[in-house]
Design a protein around this ligand. Sequence first.
Ligand SMILES: Cc1cc2nc3c(=O)[nH]c(=O)nc-3n(C[C@H](O)[C@H](O)[C@H](O)COP(=O)(O)OP(=O)(O)OC[C@H]3O[C@@H](n4cnc5c(N)ncnc54)[C@H](O)[C@@H]3O)c2cc1C
Length: 380
Amino acid sequence: MYDVIVVGSGPSGSYLSYELSKKGYDVLNLEEHREIGKPVECTGLVSERVFKYVKSKAGINSVHGANVYFPNGKSIHISKSEKTIVMYRDDFDKDVSAMAINAGADVKINSRVMDVSVNDEYAEVKYKQDGRIKYEKSKIVVGADGANSRVRKSLNYEMPKKIISTYQVDSAYSIEDQDDVNVFIGSENSKGFFGWAVPSGDITRIGVGVDHVTAIKYFKNINKKFGESKILGINAGPIPINYLKKTYGNRSLLIGDAAGIVKPLSGGGIYTGIISAKNAAIAIDHALKNEDYSEKYLSEYQKLWKREIGFELKKDAIIQRYFASISINDKLLNKIYENINDGNIIKKINELGDIDYPSRVVLSIILKKPVLLKYLIMKR
Ligand SMILES: Cc1cc2nc3c(=O)[nH]c(=O)nc-3n(C[C@H](O)[C@H](O)[C@H](O)COP(=O)(O)OP(=O)(O)OC[C@H]3O[C@@H](n4cnc5c(N)ncnc54)[C@H](O)[C@@H]3O)c2cc1C
């Protein structure tokens, strides 16, 4: 019997497998695909914080700023001294998985988990490997199997409340300005989220997220700005942007996208997934040492990750809900543009802007320009 079975070899599952194997535990990590990191469903934009945890050379470009385009076609430019990395996401996932394997984890690819159950004695995982049904037991099972988590479903966890649909392409369009990400808001560009174009050398990652509508119409509007038909590949996927109320159970935990531990304002989940994995490793270590796998004991996991990033995710979720409600109100968005297109405000954004902690900048803008509150409350 394994100490822990981790389902999914995305960044969250591999990082957890690494941390636990490093501590000397017997870890089985199951991945449904034949290749770690494929298919890619990601823009690959992360802060440098991520590389404190994962030693990876998957970076392809680094950017220092963003152009945010409003419905009136005008944009504000934000710039930072710290860089944000654009990476090859598949290479990154392979690097995290290699860390886990080198620490001693038993990683099995082409192994799709079909069902998971827990009882007083053990957790049991049923999976299909190379066409054959297999079973493995462990003391604890972890769902790191992404937005459509099978572990979550099998163990009757709640479903994520809000899921953003996306459509993204790699386009053979090289943006001249390689130092800025482009963000598009307003009714032409998205409903409930935003569109983006991220420079990655000769390729540009162009995409859009939407809430409860199909993304393609909005994607076409954004893609028009970037050479339209130069598509090299399409990748899309769901982003659960609100974390679950309960991310632990008897002999089980959910981490990363499976638990909806994702930044609601940007949809970024690599950093938050790794933070959830790091805290899961601490709670699992305590549970294994004390041989207590009860829901009550494993609830430590949720306390730990919430202490580290819960407050930020909560604030971001409130701001995101509001933004979603005005995302098609072009008149209001343009008014916001007129108010924040001001040297002092941009300076503040540049000072406080942080891809992992975005609420700080939103709150400080409102404090600097209280008139914005009037528009925001009246929504016109
Ligand atoms: C279009 C798009 C763009 C994005 N851009 C960014 C970005 O720029 N920056 C950022 O930080 N985040 C971004 N995200 C979000 C980011 O991709 C996720 O938050 C991140 O991948 C979560 O990692 P994870 O390990 O929790 O889950 P995943 O990366 O989804 O990994 C889950 C793994 O589990 C495997 N799996 C699933 N089911 C099973 C099963 N039954 N059996 C075995 N294995 C299974 C999957 O194959 C996968 O390998 C983006 C998402 C999308 C859709």
